[in-house]
Ligand binder design. Sequence first.
Ligand SMILES: Cc1cc2nc3c(=O)[nH]c(=O)nc-3n(C[C@H](O)[C@H](O)[C@H](O)COP(=O)(O)OP(=O)(O)OC[C@H]3O[C@@H](n4cnc5c(N)ncnc54)[C@H](O)[C@@H]3O)c2cc1C
Length: 570
Amino acid sequence: MPGPVLVAVEDDPEALCNIERELRDRYAPGYRVECLRSPHEARSRLEELAASGDEVAMVLAGHWLSGMTGSELLNEARHLHPHAKRGLLIGWGDWGDRDTGEAIFESIAEGRIDHYLQRPSGSPDENFHHAVSSLLLEWTEATRASPHAIRIVGDSWSGRAYELRDALERCAIPHNFCLADSENGRALVAQAGDGARLPLVVLPDGRVLIDPTNPELALAAGSPVNPERMDFDLLIVGAGPAGLSAAVYGASEGFSTLVVDQGGIGGQATSSSLIRNYLGFPRGVTGRRLAQDAYTQAWIFGAKFAFMQRATGLRRDTDELLVHLSDSGPVSTRAVLLATGAHYRRLGVPALEALNGAGVFYGGPTTEAPATAGRDVYVLGGANSAGQAALHLARYAARVTLVARAASLEAGMSHYLVRQIEATANLEVRLGTEIVGGGGDGWLEQLVLRDREDGTEETVAADGLFLMIGARPHTDWLPAEVDRDERGFVLTGADLGDGDSRPRDRPPVLLETSMPGVFAAGDVRHGSVKRVASAVGEGSAAIQLLHRLFAEHGVEPRGRAKEPASLAGR
Ligand SMILES: Cc1cc2nc3c(=O)[nH]c(=O)nc-3n(C[C@H](O)[C@H](O)[C@H](O)COP(=O)(O)OP(=O)(O)OC[C@H]3O[C@@H](n4cnc5c(N)ncnc54)[C@H](O)[C@@H]3O)c2cc1C
């Protein structure tokens, strides 16, 4: 029988019987369900399936099995079937047991299991099915097995075919790729008919696009490219977490809202394969899913979007603000939210890039720090931000190593931080050193350090790596009226300080820039936390502040207003 396999193992016969019934009743039409009574049997079956190339979508294992724990078995399953989702089955109330709770926490943190599920009891048990279908959805997305995926056919992995994949990736649109001389590729080229040139794109509804431009591709996939109208209450530049959150709140508060992005939705969040620290998603959420859902939510509230459009200029025109776009005329708006994020310098070590979010983190350790308790962690960077991160981590971790390329810390770090670092017993500094390799099985385990002077390499055990090697904000296009710090991040509210001597009727409110009516939220803002949750929080807070300003200045949102009023505040 064809189809991916669902494996479950429990040594309690009654529990196994319940699991088997629930799995077969609901999933048998699309999956092969195999339920096994012992970890020994499960291990041999998983080995057989791996040897025969059968696809395993999910493995569920009871917490206490004879001879080994469920999480040990699931850890073994990960080696045999790296894509399979792994769930630990527990009984009702087991989470209250200290040992079980600790075991679950440790197993998830170390990547041995994806999550835990409560064993089914009555039938149908929708809680059980909710957990199972979430795991299966993640598996479908990770393996690009979605029936709605766009298929790209090219004659090589690089060139234009790569650019098309990248454009779809940036729009968070499911897609997969095949080479023209593969079996699938030949079938798709034949389907496209005579005269089809490569690369070609086959849409889920059967339409074929021959070497489309990025905007043509976005448009065909249902992503708007041009603004529907040219005047709005609020124009948001950037459709990352900050921009999407502002779009949801702006549109739901009745502002006519346009979001423009030079790519698609999700910003940097789409490069995170699993965001585990976002409120309300105990199993974690992929950046792509979060972006897609936020986009749908904003769209349902009436926000308009224009993708593949770069904001190239911003100026005031009497009472309005004008935003110039790369591929359409200037759009007039009463307020602007800058949510353009920042571009992080990447380490460029593929084995470590693959562990992004699994022990390897870009940016500071704001939320991850407590989880490093008792562990051995590394920080890469030589500037103040790296020093602060290392000191913060040293409060939790057993040992912190600050790795810097420079021969001395003084070159890039404030003196007070250098002194604090020297005085911190569990903080070691490795100067003149770079990180050139590393890896781990589902979670970072080791790093390869290279001495820049003599080229010697050393492999060290590591549980965490925080990369603070520089971020550049997308702010080059802004006018001089928008004040920025020395690295280009936008100053807002109190950060504008007393040095701002421009005449104005009112001081800038929180999150407002030096240009009245222009706000900034998320990574682009000086002093922001550089996390999804804080970007989302700032995006929504900007809307509340804007609402207050509109009310104070008698500005009615365009949807409701007859006579437009001004927010310029000068
Ligand atoms: C690899 C990686 C993994 C991460 N993992 C996590 C994690 O697990 N948890 C977590 O909390 N945080 C994580 N982060 C950080 C998180 O992704 C960012 O803090 C968050 O995305 C910031 O959101 P933002 O909306 O401010 O900016 P961004 O996400 O950077 O979005 C900015 C958007 O603006 C657009 N843009 C820029 N300039 C222009 C212009 N001129 N015109 C039009 N559009 C423009 C860009 O195309 C982009 O879509 C990760 C970051 C990286 C790089």
